[in-house]
Design a protein around this ligand. Structure first.
Ligand code: NG1
Ligand code: MG
Length: 546
């Protein structure tokens, strides 16, 4: 069988095939039909394509993808759909003009924009995106829906349309009308953002004929493009969400690893287990919180890895941004050559991780006994630079020049401890599922639940990406019968995921409704919006109207 990363993007022209692939537990058909009808009403003609990308729930492995450790998400049935068609009055527009509308509601104002070809006056820094090429204005200071559409467009423009020549139509992007709809709640940790970016990337590929080329992009390449694209929105994300949205398969979770290369393999979920997503209804504002939240964590984990490498005697190139995964590999004598598909054996890696969980103690700052800071585990910027062994300018160039962060103290020890213990939990979770397969017994299920609970505690205490509402909701979930419960996604709000025995799901949901204050009085569709059982589904695809 072809490895998931090497497979082509599913491309359908027959509705029966599409719906068979999407599964029957959701009324996909009426959503797709409504979208097509609405498109026709607004734009006066039928769509040419609909691109679909699902959201995902991460079962375990939080904030370790950008440390290059494997994670274990599954695509959910909720997805983003984008209907599109070339603009009929194309010649009256700048090349590649986009008119984008959104069915979500009045808050999502229609947008028209066109890419511009830019040549920078000076060599751009890593932080700037104005390299010579197609450019779109993306406002990274506030959250705007069209930013995700533009982000998806970026990679397609700069990968496929190399120059600004307006002579040959083949080298100019097609002007397009598009209509977006979706059932992944925004800012909820189910990765509506990656679903938007993947769906948008697919839309622009499809509309420009790039999926019908002789040698179209495969799943792994699409993941990489979507990852690069999502960075345009200002979040230095790992690749979990894009990979889950593109590569998931029905009825199993997906183990996604990023090192030495992007790879994915299905992980069976024990029969009788259900995963229930519950939205805390705290909306994590990524754009605002990135500086003190997500991007700060990216910097803390990268600098932590360099300092740990220094402490355990692993060599690091001067300008290299070594990750926690690579520190572990090098410590174990892993040789990674370009093109290597396999890294260390899992058993060996686990051994090294167990050792490193203790070594991270070395990242605790040495404080004078009795000083005010005695219990403070963080280090200041100056202390951190000194520990890194780099001079100030080089440190800034390598670790700060490409990202906006804000902090007085950097928590290297806590972040490192979370990353290594969480990476171990992912291996144990995966091992347990693989050992028993779908016929795993009660003790496996208990073990999975336990690992999820430990993950929540580590996210709350060490990685500090939980919040009071998520802590409460996961606690209520355990009291309502969940075997395990944790936040899912970046955290600071958004959803929890709970492992619940299938025959108890209804009862579980009713109990949470009665105990989690923000759910008071919710019923029917309203309740189903915020708390629902989900099963792993298939990844992104494109439908062509013929
Ligand atoms: P969310 O915020 O749920 O989309 C983010 C990152 C992931 C991963 C998780 C934390 C993006 C697009 N995604 O997920 O790569 O790092 O946080 O595990 O930023
Ligand atoms: Mg996101």
């Amino acid at each position: 069988m072809t490895a998931p990363a090497d497979q082509p993007i599913p491309f359908y022209t027959k509705a029966e095939d599409l719906y068979a692939n999407l599964g029957s537990s959701f009324d996909h058909q009426s959503r797709w039909n409504n979208l097509a009808k609405e498109f026709e009403k607004r734009f006066g003609r039928k769509p040419a394509y609909i691109a679909r990308a699902p959201g995902r729930v991460n079962l375990i492995g939080e904030h370790i993808d950008y440390a290059l450790f494997g994670v274990l998400p599954a695509a959910v049935e909720r997805d983003i759909l984008i209907a599109c068609a070339p603009r009929s009055d194309g010649e009256n527009h700048a090349p590649g003009t986009v008119s984008a509308q959104n069915l979500f509601g009045a808050k999502y104002v229609p947008q028209t924009f066109a890419p511009a070809w830019k040549v920078p006056e000076k060599e751009p820094s890593e932080k700037e995106v104005h390299a010579e090429g197609w450019h779109l204005d993306i406002n990274t200071k506030e959250l705007r829906w069209e930013s995700y559409v533009k982000a998806g467009y970026y990679g397609v423009l700069n990968h496929y349309f190399k120059s600004n020549t307006s002579d040959g139509t083949s080298s100019t992007p097609v002007p397009v009308d598009m209509l977006v709809t979706g059932s992944v709640p925004a800012g909820s940790g189910l990765s509506s953002s990656a679903a938007m970016v993947v769906a948008s990337t697919l839309t622009f590929l499809a509309i420009n004929g790039k999926l019908e080329d002789a040698n179209p992009i495969n799943k792994g390449e699409l993941v990489k493009m979507a990852m690069e694209n999502e960075k345009r929105v200002g979040v230095n994300s790992g690749g979990m969400d894009q990979a889950a949205s593109v590569m998931s398969t029905p009825s199993s979770a997906l183990y996604i690893s990023f090192f030495p290369t992007l790879a994915a393999s299905p992980v069976p979920i024990p029969a009788g287990c259900s995963f229930v997503c519950a939205n805390s209804l705290v909306v994590a504002d990524k754009a605002l919180s990135a500086k003190r939240g997500y991007n700060l964590r990216v910097v803390e984990t990268l600098v932590g890895a360099r300092i740990l490498a220094n402490k355990v005697g692993v060599e690091v190139g001067e300008k290299e941004k070594i990750t926690f995964r690579e520190v572990a590999g090098r410590l174990a004598g892993e040789s990674v050559n370009v093109g290597d598909k396999e890294g260390l054996e899992v058993e060996r890696l686990v051994e090294v991780l167990e050792r490193l969980v203790n070594e991270v103690e070395a990242l605790k700052p040495k404080r004078e006994k009795g000083s005010v800071d005695e219990h403070e585990l963080g280090v200041t910027l100056e202390e951190m630079i000194e520990l890194s062994g780099l001079d100030k300018d080089l440190f800034n160039e390598v670790y700060l020049s490409w990202v906006d962060v804000e902090a007085t103290h950097f928590q290297l020890y806590k972040r490192a401890k979370h990353v290594y213990t969480e990476a171990l939990r992912v291996f144990r979770f995966r091992q347990a599922c693989l050992a028993g397969g779908s016929s795993s017994g009660e003790s496996t299920i208990e073990q999975l639940g336990q690992l999820m609970n430990e993950s929540q505690e580590s996210c709350a205490e060490l990685f500090e990406c939980s919040c009071p509402e998520l802590n409460l909701l996961t606690k209520l979930a355990r009291e309502a019968g969940a075997v395990g419960s944790r936040l899912t996604g970046a955290g600071w709000g958004g959803c929890t995921v709970s492992l619940v025995r299938e025959d108890q799901v209804e009862n579980f949901i009713a109990k949470i409704r009665d105990t989690y204050p923000p759910y008071k009085g919710l019923e029917g569709d309203k309740l189903n919006e915020v708390i629902f059982a989900t099963r792993p589904t298939t990844g992104a695809c494109v439908f062509k109207f013929v």
